[in-house]
Design a protein around this ligand. Sequence first.
Ligand SMILES: C[S@@+](CC[C@H](N)C(=O)[O-])C[C@H]1O[C@@H](n2cnc3c(N)ncnc32)[C@H](O)[C@@H]1O
Length: 326
Amino acid sequence: MTNDTTNDRTNSDGLDDTGRELRDALTRLPRTLPPRWLYDDRGSELFSAITGVPEYYQTEAERSILADHSAMIAELTEARTVIELGSGTSDKTRTLLDAFVAHGVIARFVPLDVSAATLHEAAEMLIERHPEIQVEPVVGDFTRHLQRLSDVPSPGERLVLFLGGTIGNFYVEERRAFLGALADVLAPGDWVLIGLDQVKPIDRLIAAYDDDQGLTEMFIRNALEHVNREYDGDLDVGNFAYVPFWDGRQHRIDMRLRASEPMSARLEGLDLDLELAAGEEIRVEISSKFSPSQIVEELAHVGFGADAQVFTDAADEFAVVLARRI
Ligand SMILES: C[S@@+](CC[C@H](N)C(=O)[O-])C[C@H]1O[C@@H](n2cnc3c(N)ncnc32)[C@H](O)[C@@H]1O
């Protein structure tokens, strides 16, 4: 397995890019956490558990779309190399890969994720299922290491998958930067397949991020615990309240942790002292909701064809967009 995080620079303050990004995010107001902190091994396990709760409709909706359209996508794209960014368990991707293998053109699958154990386990499973293709997992950060995709040897078309509504975890400027960077590393004729959650009634959205079993709350809290573990910190995670809400102006679910009382914390590894007033919040995750046409337009803006195809599930809750680099 390749590990692309070794490419991070060490800055003059002794922190690598990931550490510096985290320190900036925690000190700038409003305080935030980059999404990668949600996904250590524990976070990935919790995310998998969330995908199985009844309130979290997204996974099954996207799975049904892939089941209905995988054969057509394999035929249309003729991709020899399939790359998956933020691949996680690659669970739904199996349906796609089955169709690509049946079509007979695919030679290589490259899943990329920050969560090494989950990536490794998924790769083992895929190697067993499809010995006829090369499976080459990469531990990396899709906000930093996309340039590496240029190194993936690829005669023929490539298809980049970005599933699970992960595109909704970016802030607007980050999303634009990500899509632009993706367009930059792809050649004319390459494809992207992006899964996105659609705007829908607020009750349905809130229930998905505040499930009865409390799994999403545990997932959000774990992000701070992850930071504590990684940087020898003493943030008192139990002294925060979980606050999920719908931001109608920005069209996104906003998941915060709110300090229940004044708090002092030290993150030794970041050489950072944090002082939080009672009621002060850390925005841990956002999940933006879209109309598919918005993502088609954003893709067209950075160099993908404006004639992208949009597939939706029977209830029209989730969408998958297939666009070609021009
Ligand atoms: C919402 S989950 C989706 C997982 C899977 N694609 C699916 O559809 O179920 C987001 C995935 O992206 C990964 N991830 C988050 N931030 C990342 C980053 N900056 N670079 C690489 N992977 C990242 C997480 O580890 C996780 O596997």
